[in-house]
Design a protein around this ligand. Structure first.
Ligand SMILES: O=P(O)(O)O[C@H]1O[C@H](CO)[C@@H](O)[C@H]1O
Ligand SMILES: O=c1cc[nH]c(=O)[nH]1
Length: 234
């Protein structure tokens, strides 16, 4: 048990899937796992452990933004022994060829800053996905026939953005989508020598203004979860 996760040691699997939304953790656990046990409700940040195809998995909400994710990921790795961490999140499309509900597999994540920026000082560290997870996720997405894009994303500290000029530069440089957690997830995984990946679903589009309602962001992103589970146990 830690300050933010009420689970007993041993209640959390070595493989943890991390939606920002704790209710997406509940939905995914009910839809994909058997023998499900609720392992956390501290602060309402729900966590569930169960079995997927004979493999033990935890779905743990990580909240919105890098500071929140950093708390959960630090405790999951340092206190509960998590070894594979895959974010399953929503994101905003930034390219014309990226559509609503498309799956994004994040090779790397650009940022202005993360909670780790102070330790890197002048270094622009490049947060990078684990290759074994990335390549397995690419294969799983192909098998599922999910419309998928693999490349760089942007991890922002804001949802209500005030820098259209910056978005323009990112679009110009091929950034696929924006979300709010991946860069710090990849940095923490590198620091602790564990595997991390982000598999995302496009819920909004910055250029068209399209946006899915919150219930669909919570309960309808099944392809992304299947890709993440298949990659974790490939
Ligand atoms: O749907 P989740 O996983 O929370 O991810 C995205 O949605 C939230 C903003 O609405 C941010 O956390 C962003 O990264
Ligand atoms: O962080 C996010 C998530 C979804 N859509 C956005 O525009 N930003």
């Amino acid at each position: 048990m830690t300050v933010h996760i009420g689970a007993e040691i041993g209640d959390i699997a070595e493989t943890v899937l991390l939606p920002g939304d704790p209710l997406r953790a509940k939905w995914a656990a009910e839809k994909f796992l058997t023998n499900v046990k609720e392992v956390n409700r501290t602060r309402g940040m729900l966590g569930f452990t169960g079995d997927w195809n004979g493999n033990r998995v935890t779905f743990q909400g990580s909240g919105m933004g890098m500071p929140s994710l950093s708390i959960y990921v630090n405790e999951l790795i340092r206190d509960f022994g998590a070894k594979t961490l895959i974010r399953i999140g929503s994101c905003g499309g930034m390219q014309d060829h990226v559509g609503i509900r498309d799956v994004i597999i994040a090779m790397t994540a650009s940022t202005i800053a993360t909670p780790s920026s102070t330790i890197f000082r002048e270094l622009n560290f490049a947060p990078t996905a684990d290759w074994s997870l990335l390549s397995a996720a690419a294969k799983a997405a192909e098998k599922l026939d999910a419309k998928t894009h693999i490349g760089g994303i942007y991890s922002s500290d804001t949802f209500y953005d005030e820098r259209p000029d910056l978005n323009e530069q990112m679009e110009r440089h091929g950034i696929l989508a924006v979300e709010m957690e991946t860069a710090e997830l990849y940095i923490l995984a590198a620091r602790y020598g564990v595997r991390a990946l982000s598999v995302l679903t496009v819920s909004d589009h910055l250029k068209t203004g399209e946006a899915l309602p919150s219930e669909q962001r919570e309960q309808s992103f099944g392809d992304m979860v299947e890709v993440a589970l298949s990659a974790a146990f490939a």
